[in-house]
Design a protein around this ligand. Structure first.
Ligand code: SIN
Length: 478
């Protein structure tokens, strides 16, 4: 028995003691740190029923009352920042300083949407006759089911739960098998804050049966997902039968364009921060670095020096460590394969290029490759790991062509101090997010999301709550 043998949270009760267990391991040590129940279709249906039953009352509260409750959850997350951050590091592997940052980032979505929920305005539209009035109102979509990833165990839940609850929807989340403990802790804070039973439900268990229940149950009106494009495509197809509303935050293959006029110190520090955040395991991590020929060698020299001198690999709970393990062996093999392929096709390895795989823990050293070319797999397939391939370009048109040459369109980064060049670049890049001299653009008040095969819908910003609202108009003859 460990402190982290947690239970599912359905209809305000901690349930699933009798179910088979899923073991949760620490990716930095390979040790089992806790367990959660492995729920299936029946439990998913119970959660849907609970959320459906709670909807009338929750959506009937004033936005101000819902806001107060969300703010209580926010306060509890901030108060328990250290507890949540340690747990996140233990189940995800990210260094403690990143977990603390994620806790604050995750809580910020609750605060933002607690406010934003009070500004769900309708409008009146001029009628077609003197006795005609048109009123447009916004209403919550209903029961929302969320499927969230392991790379941000807290923030990818609150980014969905915050706007859903603020809009008046009720919520079920199926967290990933790698990081369910953080999700259940968030449920604990919701419970303590007095969120009424059934309004939020956390159900851990097998992906197939739970997802099937979400996709086939009439009561689930919206499915929101963060994860791979492959799973997103499957969910989109499954949503067609009932024309369910969906939001999808999918894969990325972020390009970084460093122009010859850029401040190279800024470009290097921001590109390193973007590339190696969470050991390269974010959808918005820099994946392909394009550097203009005039500054190619200098940029590379500074970039490699920063990687070597500032990143310390190890167990995220240890003092000074700012770079953790990969989530599992599959992630390690993908990184290893991409590096091997790039070197075989002519890339030069400047640092890293190896790792260790002892005791079921998979560490890969921060790696930099220069002279990358379009023939290499790494320039076309999302890495989700700590490898920075750098390719030289001559003209801005060439950089735009290379950057847009992908089915993905989540985040891109540009480094230039020339306003005209930067403006044209931001407009030409086919991406939902462009960081201009900024490697970490994510924040609760901005509409995060992608174009092309990177997704549908936006999370955060005033757009974020629209995803959980229906528009109705009332046409009145008086
Ligand atoms: C993600 O990797 O899916 C989210 C990254 C972020 O919120 O910055």
């Amino acid at each position: 028995m460990s402190d982290f043998d947690l239970l599912n949270y359905i209809d305000g009760e901690w349930t699933g003691k009798e179910l088979p267990k899923i073991e949760v391991t620490n990716p930095a040590t390979g040790e089992v740190i806790g367990t959660v129940p492995s729920a299936g279709k029946d439990e998913a249906e119970q959660a849907i029923q609970a959320a459906s039953k709670a909807f009338k009352k929750w959506s009937g509260l004033t936005a101000g009352d819902r806001s107060d409750l969300l703010m209580k959850v926010y306060d509890l997350m901030i108060e328990h920042k250290e507890e949540l951050a340690r747990l996140m590091t233990m189940e995800n592997g990210k260094p403690l300083q990143e977990s603390r940052g994620e806790t604050v980032y995750a809580a910020s979505f609750l605060k933002w949407f607690a406010e934003e929920g009070k500004r769900v305005y309708g409008r009146t539209v001029p009628g077609t006759a003197p006795n005609h009035r048109i009123k447009v109102i916004k209403q919550p979509v209903g029961v929302v089911a969320a499927i969230t990833p392991w790379n941000f165990p807290a923030a990818m839940i609150t980014r969905k739960m915050g706007p859903a609850l603020a809009a008046g929807c009720t919520f079920i989340v199926r967290p990933p098998r790698q990081t369910p403990l953080t999700a259940l802790k968030i449920a604990e804070y919701c419970d303590q804050a007095g969120i009424p039973k059934g309004v939020i439900n956390v159900i851990c268990g097998a992906h197939g049966p739970i997802t099937d229940a979400f996709m086939t149950h009439q009561e689930v009106r919206k499915v929101t997902f963060t994860g791979s494009t492959e799973v997103g495509r499957y969910l989109l197809k499954a949503s067609a039968d009932q024309i369910k509303k969906v939001s999808m935050e999918l894969g990325g293959h972020a390009p970084v364009i460093v122009c010859d006029d850029a401040d190279l110190d800024v470009a290097v520090s921001q590109a390193v921060a973007s590339k190696f955040r969470n050991s390269g395991q974010t959808c918005v991590c820099a994946n392909r670095i394009f550097v203009q020929s005039g500054v190619y060698d200098t940029f590379i020299e500074k970039f490699v020096d920063t990687v070597r001198t500032t990143l310390k690999v190890g167990n995220g709970l240890d003092e000074g460590v700012n770079f953790g393990p990969l989530i599992d062996g599959r992630a390690y093999e993908k990184v290893e394969g991409q590096v091997k392929d790039a070197i075989e096709k002519g890339a030069a390895l400047l640092t890293g290029g190896h790792g260790s795989t002892e005791h079921g823990a998979f560490f890969y050293q921060p790696t930099v490759l220069k002279d990358a070319t379009q023939e290499m797999d790494i320039m076309h397939t999302e890495t989700f790991g700590p490898v920075a391939p750098i390719q030289k370009f001559e003209t801005i048109d060439e950089a735009i062509r290379l950057a847009n040459h992908t089915p993905y369109g989540l985040a891109a980064y540009i480094f230039t101090n020339d306003v005209r060049r930067g403006t044209l670049l931001t407009e030409a890049l086919e991406y939902g997010i462009v960081g201009w001299n900024d490697g970490l653009p994510s924040t609760a008040q901005a509409p995060f999301g992608g174009v092309k095969q990177s997704g549908l819908g936006r999370e955060g910003g005033s757009e974020g709550i629209e995803e959980y609202l229906e528009t109705k108009y009332i046409s009145l003859r008086i």
